[in-house]
Design a protein around this ligand. Structure first.
Ligand code: UDP
Length: 239
């Protein structure tokens, strides 16, 4: 498919227009950032690995009846996606306490949640550093209608159920992950963005070893190896 102008360049991806107004190309980069852009680096082959991992997971979700923006592979590092009008909200879904939730409520990392999943909403606003929002804030901002919020939250829970099953069969615990949704031209809520070790916490079920971007964030080493291991397990049959 022909790539036309570059519409958006983020920390981990570039989105291009194509000759079809309803189809974009999303190209995954090797660059990585953490802590609101303060830490920058490169994870070799990350673009190729995250493209392959996201493609597999979007396909799995489509098969489970979840609408996603995934249309097909375009190159080893890129996928064809549906054009969406993205919601200005990030959805974080949590099964086990980690990261900012551990800091917020004081539970140690690794604590199981009493009633998982916990779904959180963050405002996609760079100037405000993507703050956590309460339901009242969402209502006040009007960035999403109550119906859209209910539908995206329902989808987030369904996605969690499907992904947890899939990862568990491959010896991985899905600790938490971030989702982004958009509206298609008919107004349906559709899953966009990516699902990869950049946006999920994945722990080995036996050893609790971290196999995700926390290895980069926390300078744990073996970053590339962790992403490669997730890709290997995702492409493998059930273990
Ligand atoms: N996450 C993400 N992008 C963000 C913030 C969070 O992909 O801008 C993911 C992160 O990888 C983790 C989950 O969402 O899987 C929860 O992240 P958390 O709120 O704990 O933030 P962190 O402490 O990682 O900054």
């Amino acid at each position: 498919m022909t790539r036309l102008e570059r519409l958006y360049e983020g920390k981990a991806k570039i989105v291009y227009a194509t000759d079809d107004p309803d189809v974009y190309i999303q190209d995954f980069k090797d660059s990585a950032t953490a802590f609101d852009g303060a830490k920058k680096g490169t994870i070799l082959e990350k673009g190729r690995m995250n493209n392959a991992i996201s493609s597999r997971l979007f396909t799995l979700l489509e098969e489970a009846g979840v609408r996603t923006h995934f249309l097909g592979l375009d190159s080893p590092t890129a996928m064809r996606i549906r054009r969406l009008d993205m919601l200005k909200v990030e959805f974080v879904v949590r099964n086990v306490v980690a990261g900012s939730l551990s800091k917020r409520i004081g539970y140690p990392e690794g604590t199981a949640l009493k009633k998982p999943p916990l779904v959180e909403y963050y405002y996609k606003d760079d100037a405000l550093h993507d703050p956590l929002l309460c339901l009242g804030h969402l209502e006040e901002l009007g960035v999403v209608t109550p119906e859209e919020l209910a539908e995206a939250t329902r989808m987030a829970r369904k996605i969690d159920e499907e992904l947890q099953k899939f990862f568990a069969a491959r010896g991985l615990i899905l600790v938490d992950f971030k989702l982004e949704f958009g509206r298609d031209p008919q107004g349906n809520i559709v899953l966009g963005d990516e699902i990869s070790p950049d946006t999920c916490r994945l722990w080995d079920a036996e050893t609790q070893e971290k196999l995700d971007k926390d290895r980069f964030r926390r300078d744990l080493g073996g970053v590339e190896e962790a992403y490669a291991e997730v890709l290997r397990r995702i492409l493998a049959e059930e273990e």
